[in-house]
Design a protein around this ligand. Structure first.
Ligand code: MSP
Length: 522
């Protein structure tokens, strides 16, 4: 089975903050989950370069050579993702030649389908959103999303895409499939498509725009940044340049993205494909139907101490800095745990430190540490020798059920619920240690202790597997401390590994090291 997953491609007007990191980590966790299930995975990330925002940022930085600026910033984004452990398979830039070739091919198909038309146009344009605005979108003559930025009045000749023509097929897609998730966003998109869908300008006059891909056969116009950017999901897997690769991966199976850009992904993009597919067989399934993205998942936003994250407020949080202080897995745990499904989440340093100590140190770290330390002490550095049978304690007995629940949560990208479910089991496991008191029982009933500890050690192996997509470094450490070869263990794959009793009785254990060492709190 194949699994193709994308993140949105980000503007390079600044370096990544925790909001961008959140979306990217969600995608990374899902990519890793599917790899652990032994599916073939392609995970793409990238940058959106043909945007006026980037030029403004370059000018503000006192630079004048666009290519130099873009190269440097693409490097910044790529390096940040590498530093925080994002396992992407490809990184696309919209200035890549492969992208430009694919965009040209796509434009031609839409044009051939009669869906592109040159019209006179006058409207407001918000550079912050990179989108046209109508009077009713504005509050006090400004874009409500970017109230500190001036809004431009544009009067141009533009190419239009006949988006409104696709109202009915879009409604069918939204109503009859699981295309837009969660439900609240599906309703939002549905209302937009039903009541507000209009034809959209998809080019700008080249004289007023310094960046952008030229419109095929009309050098005086540049392709609108969103029409260009959305196509990265096709071009990164070879649309227009590598037919075999494209056929292997397209369409996208899953894409997480913020609620700010759901309209572009939930309405404009599928309509673009519905149009081009009528002329381009590469975009059709075997029944001649358009090959559309299967699921877009719109998540909430991070605020910081209750406020919108913004440069002007000066509260932008750097993911790299957090990862350097607490480690990648702590960053990943916190971000994914803190945005409740379908809602916004809040970041505060205090809360991060609390979760680091309570959830990671005292719950997961403590369980693994004491269970391994006791086994080493009481059973000559080895896992206890036991007669393998079904797990006797309730927590271990419930692990298969837990596995199923987690699979469902991962399938729906409910990463907060994955973690919540695992952590409630970890609490129980710690409670079980306190109730059975192996440290006392060892004096009177070593055989019972052997049973208790074997089950807890094997449970730790299961927990390590279940957190692996979100906390891969911790998983490796737990395997090593359990005396397992991490690479060999992971090569078993999710379903084969999660069968009870694979930790060998009497095998040597590794050294119990604290997984989450205490930190100086600020
Ligand atoms: N370039 C466009 C996307 C084009 S995709 C074809 C864009 N880029 S962006 O740099 O502004 O990134 C927006 C995305 O970053 C959001 O959709 C969301 O995924 C993520 N986030 C930005 N701020 C965020 C928060 N404060 N919280 C959570 N996610 C946030 O839009």
């Amino acid at each position: 089975m194949k699994y193709y997953i994308n993140t949105p491609i980000y503007y390079v007007n600044d370096k990544p903050h925790i909001g961008h990191a959140y979306t990217t980590i969600v995608a990374d966790a899902l990519a890793r989950f599917h790899r652990l299930k032994k599916e073939e995975v392609f995970f793409s990330v990238g940058v959106d370069e043909n945007s006026q925002k980037n030029i403004q940022a370059m000018e503000k930085a006192g630079e004048s050579d666009l290519q130099t600026y873009l190269d440097r910033m693409a490097g910044v984004w790529k390096t940040v993702w590498q530093e925080i452990g994002i396992s992407f398979d490809d990184f696309i830039r919209t200035t890549d030649e492969r992208h430009v070739i694919g965009v040209n091919r796509f434009w031609e198909a839409v044009k051939k389908n009669g869906d592109i038309e040159l019209r006179d146009y006058e409207s407001w344009y918000c550079v912050g959103c990179e989108a046209f605005k109508v009077e009713s979108d504005l509050v006090n003559d400004r874009c409500p999303l970017h109230p500190n930025k001036d809004i431009d009045r544009l009067k141009e000749k533009n190419y239009f895409f006949k988006l409104s023509k696709y109202r009915q097929p879009l409604l069918k897609l939204i109503d009859e499939t699981e295309f837009v998730q969660p439900e609240s966003r599906r309703n939002e998109i549905r209302n937009y498509v039903a009541d507000h869908l209009e034809d959209i300008s998809i080019s700008r006059e080249a004289k007023s725009l310094k960046v952008g891909i030229p419109v095929p056969e009309d050098e005086s116009q540049r392709i609108y940044v969103w029409f260009d950017a959305l196509l990265n999901y096709l071009t990164v897997v070879g649309y227009g340049t590598d037919e075999a690769l494209f056929k292997k991966w397209w369409p996208t199976d899953f894409e997480p993205l913020g609620k700010d850009i759901i309209k572009f992904h939930g309405a404009l993009f599928p309509a673009m494909i519905m149009s081009a597919a009528q002329q381009d067989p590469l975009l059709q399934d075997k029944n001649g139907q358009p090959l559309l993205v299967k699921h877009v998942f719109s998540h909430g936003f991070f605020t910081v101490n209750g406020q919108k994250m913004s440069k002007s407020i000066g509260n932008v949080v750097d993911p790299v800095e957090l990862s350097q202080r607490f480690g990648n897995d702590a960053l990943r745990y916190f971000l994914l745990r803190e945005i409740p499904f379908g809602e916004d989440g809040d970041f505060s340093e205090k809360r991060f430190e609390e979760r680091y100590q309570a959830d990671l140190g005292n719950t997961l770290g403590n369980l693994v540490n004491r269970v391994i330390a006791m086994s080493k002490k009481y059973f000559e550095g080895k896992t206890p020798n036991v007669q393998l049978s079904k797990p006797a304690n309730k927590i271990a007995g419930g692990l298969s059920e837990l596995k199923k629940m987690i699979e469902q949560h991962y399938a729906q990208a409910h990463c907060d619920q994955v973690l919540e479910t695992i952590w409630s089991s970890l609490f129980q496991a710690n409670k079980h240690v306190e109730e059975t008191q192996p440290f006392k029982l060892i004096k009177t009933d070593p055989e019972a202790v052997a049973e208790v500890l074997y089950e807890l050690l094997e449970s730790c192996r299961w927990y390590a597997w279940m957190i692996a997509p979100i906390m891969p470094e911790t998983t490796n450490k737990i395997f090593t401390q359990l005396g397992l070869d991490a690479e060999h263990e992971l090569s078993k794959g999710w379903d084969q590994a999660l069968i009870w009793g694979q930790l060998e009785s009497g095998s040597p254990l590794g050294d119990p090291q604290p997984l989450f060492p205490r930190k100086e709190v600020s």
